[in-house]
Write a protein that binds this ligand. Structure first.
Ligand SMILES: Cc1cc2nc3c(=O)[nH]c(=O)nc-3n(C[C@H](O)[C@H](O)[C@H](O)COP(=O)(O)O)c2cc1C
Length: 150
């Protein structure tokens, strides 16, 4: 069974959290074992990160950038890779983003997370509270991500 991590920041309204749940649902629908971590609630260690086969990253747009707690993850990951690179790169990954009407975080989010491995699908981008079609797109993305694990 593949193990999928859904690593996201959600804080203001739970918008990104709702998208994360839908991504998880999609991955579970094809048999993946899914772990959801809100980086606003806890910091994941680089060693914990190694265990997963595929990852979905989700963030709100904060000042046209991705959330600080995901930046902390990326910093930890980069530093951790210097001492032990095992199972830190080359994972299939997917992205989802929630914004309040601007959405300019998409470019830095996609650019920085390119380092994580092979991107699966397109970034799901949502304005405000996620609609049913957005949640459906998140489910489809989660499914596609889990199926990308070889
Ligand atoms: C500190 C802060 C900065 C924000 N900056 C932006 C922004 O630059 N552009 C934008 O479109 N929305 C911005 N927003 C709105 C959030 O991206 C939006 O409400 C999002 O859906 C919140 O996700 P959450 O409910 O999962 O926390 C900002 C919100 C906060 C709290």
């Amino acid at each position: 069974m593949s193990s999928v991590l859904v690593l996201y920041h959600s804080q203001e309204y739970g918008n990104t959290g709702a998208m994360a749940e839908a991504v998880a649902e999609g991955a579970r629908s094809v048999g993946a074992n899914v772990t959801l971590i809100n980086t606003n609630a806890r910091r994941i260690t680089t060693d914990d990160y190694r265990a997963f086969d595929a990852v979905a990253f989700g963030t709100p747009d904060y000042f046209s950038y991705f959330a600080g707690t995901l930046k902390v993850f990326l910093d930890d990951w980069y530093i951790g890779k210097k001492t032990n690179a095992a199972r830190l790169s080359n994972k299939p990954y997917a992205l989802f983003l929630s914004h309040g009407g601007g959405g300019r975080a998409q470019r830095p989010f996609e650019d920085l997370f390119k380092q994580m491995g092979t991107k699966v699908g397109n970034t799901v981008v949502s304005a405000g509270r996620p609609t049913s079609p957005i949640l459906e797109a998140c489910r489809a993305l989660g499914k596609q991500l889990a199926q990308a694990v070889r």
